[in-house]
Design a protein. Structure first.
Length: 340
């Protein structure tokens, strides 16, 4: 079924196709059709950050940037959803076109640049949904905020989402916001993590609720940056790491004329690099901090490989575009068979 829908959607540019798909899902939901989708196979549950994940397959950030479709994605069989990236103030993102499909390679290049409605509106969307599952809120800095003041933006997002998120993600790895990835360098990173940690301590006491925070890293980070990230994450007891965001490397897609488009590459061409980064940090972290594996997971086998190589949970984005929601079923089935 998805093959037919995909043929139709792929006639449009990726951003239009996304809006069409979301419109279609909304209509299907209104008519109760999403309830007819087969249930995902049961997966062995796992407990992370004191939270029970019944199913380790999550939706990666970027597909529901403004938390507008929680009730829809919750019906597709995901074990958890992540919304965002959300910035303190609304912003339009980069000019269009800003998303490119590399059909043959099963990849996507995007340079959206954190287009989003801002944290206040996004939190209202969360509050007005009836979603009661596991929800990650992924936060970033506004385009106009200088990198030296970035921590302030993250603190705003952190405070405002603290009560509504199951976990919060500090996104310092998007290649589409100028200089953002500098925050992964030693000085910036230590200051940022130290201020978020002390805010977390304050808010935990104030609200009597502990909301874990994770850091999302780039597959392009140097080994030295990864070492620093791991050391600081261990020092400040960061709750988790998400590996990885998109890459600026194009080595595996040079035959496609679209490879010259600037932005972050995701999907199948990202897989090897994301896995390498994940393995590197898992080796450094020695199971002391949970890791969510994301990047290029396009089959059940990919998901199993990520779990076998240190990930505690996985997320998908591009795989959903190229394979449809069947991928969630395939992942759960293979993971259950494998008992990873
Ligand atoms: C169109 C698009 C938009 C994205 N937007 C975000 C974002 O706003 N924040 C973020 O942390 N990651 C974002 N991502 C990255 C994904 O969450 C994920 O880390 C990356 O795409 C690798 O996974 P995949 O190969 O399964 O797509 C985006 C990815 C795509 C393709």
């Amino acid at each position: 079924m998805y093959l037919i829908i995909k043929k139709l959607l792929f006639l449009f540019d990726p951003e239009k196709a996304h809006h069409l798909a979301m419109f279609g899902l909304r209509v299907a939901n209104i008519f109760g059709l999403l309830r007819l989708l087969p249930q995902v196979p049961k997966c062995k549950s796992r407990i992370l950050f004191n939270i029970t994940f019944e199913n380790p397959v999550g939706l990666a950030a970027g597909l529901d940037k403004n938390a507008e479709y929680l009730n829809i994605f919750s019906k597709l069989g995901f074990g958890f959803l992540e919304v965002g990236t959300i910035t303190p103030l609304p912003q339009p993102g980069n000019s269009k076109p800003r998303s490119f499909r590399l059909t043959k390679e099963e990849g996507i290049i995007n340079r959206f640049g954190f287009n989003n409605v801002g944290i206040d509106k996004a939190i209202n969307n969360i509050k007005s949904s009836n979603f009661s599952g596991i929800l990650g809120v992924n936060i970033g800095k506004n385009f106009s905020t200088p990198i030296e003041s970035a921590a302030e933006d993250y603190l705003i997002g952190f405070r405002k989402s603290y009560l509504y998120a199951t976990y919060i993600v500090i996104n310092i790895s998007s290649p589409n916001t100028k200089n953002l990835r500098q925050l992964q360098g030693y000085d910036f990173f230590e200051k940022l993590i130290s201020s978020i940690k002390s805010e977390q301590n304050k808010l935990t006491k104030y609200h009597n609720k502990y909301t874990p925070f994770l850091v999302k890293i780039s597959p392009d980070a140097s080994d030295q940056d990864l070492d620093n990230i791991c050391n600081i994450a261990l020092k400040f007891k960061v709750d988790g790491i998400i590996a990885t965001n998109t890459t600026i490397e194009r080595d595996s897609v040079t035959l496609n004329p679209q490879h010259k488009e600037s932005g972050g590459l995701s999907g199948k061409p990202l897989y090897a690099k994301a896995l390498k980064t994940q393995k590197y940090i898992c080796n450094r972290l020695q199971n002391k901090i949970p890791v969510i594996g994301v990047g290029g997971i396009m089959s059940g086998r990919d998901g199993v490989e990520r779990l076998e190589n240190g990930a505690d949970l996985i997320q998908i984005y591009s795989g959903l575009i190229f394979k449809g929601h069947n991928l969630i079923h395939e992942l759960c089935k293979k993971i259950q068979q494998n008992k990873s």
